[in-house]
Design a protein around this ligand. Structure first.
Ligand code: ZN
Length: 204
């Protein structure tokens, strides 16, 4: 399986990082070795001083598809989970300045936190407005709602599948709302999808 991440999908987050508003979805990949499951602790690597949390809605692809039309894209996922796209922002900043790829800052081990539980699309009261948030040490750090995404799930699937075949089990992280900041040793991160707590783990 592969992990596809969408960047710059919430305007306030694009603005907080002083990036340009994209005209089409921006995406990048993480390897399966980046996954951090079962609420295992996250260990800050020794080569970065600034690992940012990015809480994101994650969709799980349930059928093989290439060049998927936006009208049919809803058929390619049934479940939504919660993830964190950990980003070594100091490293990423240097790579961006040099115009180099972001992998070192984005694809490292443990950089893709994923909830053990995914929720069926059918359980959401409003599938167009899915709420999620990240609390750090009991205080809300990031709050999002899928209706704030510039590119919705269907648009993302259509766009990405133009270039990359989607396979069963692939995960798509759909972008983070504003409020990203560095985690530190001892922090407790709790992620909520609607009112369900799906993530609860420590930074070490
Ligand atoms: Zn992200």
């Amino acid at each position: 399986m592969k992990i596809i991440c969408i960047g710059r999908n919430y305007v306030p987050h694009v603005q907080e990082l002083k990036n340009e508003i994209p005209e089409e979805p921006v995406f990048f990949l993480k390897p399966d070795s980046a996954l951090l499951r079962n609420n295992d602790p996250f260990y800050i690597p020794d080569w970065t001083h600034e690992v940012h949390h990015e809480i994101e809605l994650v969709i799980k692809i349930n059928r093989l598809g290439k060049n998927i039309d936006k009208r049919f894209a809803h058929r390619y996922f049934d479940e939504i989970g919660l993830g964190i796209d950990f980003t070594a922002r100091d490293v990423q900043q240097k790579l961006k300045e040099k115009g180099l790829p972001w992998e070192k800052a984005k694809a490292f081990d443990q950089s893709a936190v994923i909830s053990s539980t995914f929720l069926d699309k059918a359980v959401f009261p409003d599938p167009e407005a899915i709420r999620f948030k990240l609390d750090i040490n009991g205080k809300t750090a990031q709050e999002g709602n899928s209706e704030m995404m510039m590119f919705g799930f269907e648009e993302i699937i259509a766009h990405v599948s133009k270039y990359i075949t989607l396979k069963i089990g692939d995960l798509i992280y759909t972008g983070t709302p504003a409020g990203v900041s560095a985690v530190k040793i001892g922090d407790r991160l709790e992620g909520y999808l609607e009112d369900k707590k799906l993530l609860d783990f420590l930074i070490k």
